[in-house]
Design a protein around this ligand. Sequence first.
Ligand code: FCB
Length: 514
Amino acid sequence: MNRRQFATRSLAAVAGAALHSGFGIAAVIHSAEQVPGSIADSVIQKARFPEGFLWGTATASYQNEGAWNEDGKGESIWDRFTHTTGKVRGGVTGDVACDQYHRYAQDIALAKQLNQKSQRFSISWPRIQPTGIGAPNMKGIDHYSRFVDALLEAGIRPWCTMYHWDLPQALEDKGGWPNRDLAGYFGEYAGILAKHLGDRCTMWAPFNMPWAIAFMGYAAGALPPCRTSFSDFLKAAHTLALAQGEAHRAVKAASAKATVGSAYEMAPAYAKTDSEDDRAAAARYHAMNNVFFLEAAMHGRYPKAFVGEPPLDVMGYKAGDEKLLLAPLDWVGFHYYTRRVVSDASKEKFQSGGAFSGVEIESNSPGGRDPYTRFRAGMPTVGPLTDAGLEVWPRGMYDLVTKISKDYNNPIIEITESGCGYLDEPDGELGGRVPDVRRIQWFKETLAELARAMADGAKVRAFHAWTLLDNFQWGEGYTERYGLIYTDFRNQKRTIKNSGLWYGRVAAANRLDV
Ligand code: FCB
């Protein structure tokens, strides 16, 4: 697997829970005929969601908006990355993407047509503060203000991610996330957003996938700014956790109606064997990839993610930081795509001298993924793979949701992203419809497992499918399609896929056999 595939697969799957409760990989294979890991039809038919359950989709600014240099927007690290030769598959950029900056009214109308009740979107920081600092660019504010109004008019709850990876390039030039000053800048930015939108938007999450921002950007070098330093990764992680706290305080101070939650990446991790070492490694994986920022927010501390003591000095931790980290979330939001199988590497020597060794998925390098956490994490291929290369493992949704419910005192949960990449296209023989049956099946099984977790007591309030329409899929460019709506990037034509029509019926009926 090359680094690009590694990055994409990791992005949608970057974490793991220590769910070593004895179920083995093979134990869930029910019968020889059945697809490994699949959920029985009877379970799908029984699944029910409560009245008022919030069905939605999730999107992100850089992946959808285009208009990369309009209305005073500054350059982001994603602009810089995509404009650099050789970075993105096919040499494409998000300069236009889905052109949603200009076409948002149409896209919101489509969401309404699909009976959607919640829309998770992100705000591009450099549209609001072109260099990440200073007075807001009112054209940027006005755009999102209109966007929020259009959602409310369509009866859709606006749900704002303040940062889905498009850091102002000027702040990267000041050192990026390893520079602790960014926590303060981010707090100011968050306050600006809440001041101007907080009368209408009540749902706020500081970061999409903070672990990926830190690790993929600064240790693995797979995402911009493409650095490969473990100490930068640790510093970035600490700044992000501090920034989460700053944003929490700033948003609450600016808007009495604000509720603050999260959009963490999570994937349940299963210990490769029942050995104590592998179970401990899976626990470290869960601590590092799933709940690092959740622990910081809820308890003002970091979980046991490291072999030995946490490297607080490398992280730049200062006395009193525990108070700054605290940001008690009103609800807990996280993604689910797939799972990990984790094994121990604590007794081996880490040989790559601090540079990234490429082991998130291949998992065969000496010493494990990094010198601090010392585990190997692989994505099994027991279940079928999506066209984007992720294993289909619906059971992971149940395991993850029940674990977070148990460990965090049964919080309100919102699924912030969940979905699958399949390449189905409009079919001329079917009048141009998109018969994406594998996506419908993926959602049926994953949602049936969510319903089962809810029946067992998990307080899940909302589900956001990734994603409303096919968009710019980071380093994979336009070669992966996660949308419920097909985007023809040659002419921006949207076609609701069969999965989108199905999801619209689900949203109306609160059941899956529709
Ligand atoms: C997640 C990202 C999202 C999208 C999906 C497929 O990791 O948050 O932007 O790319 O993967």
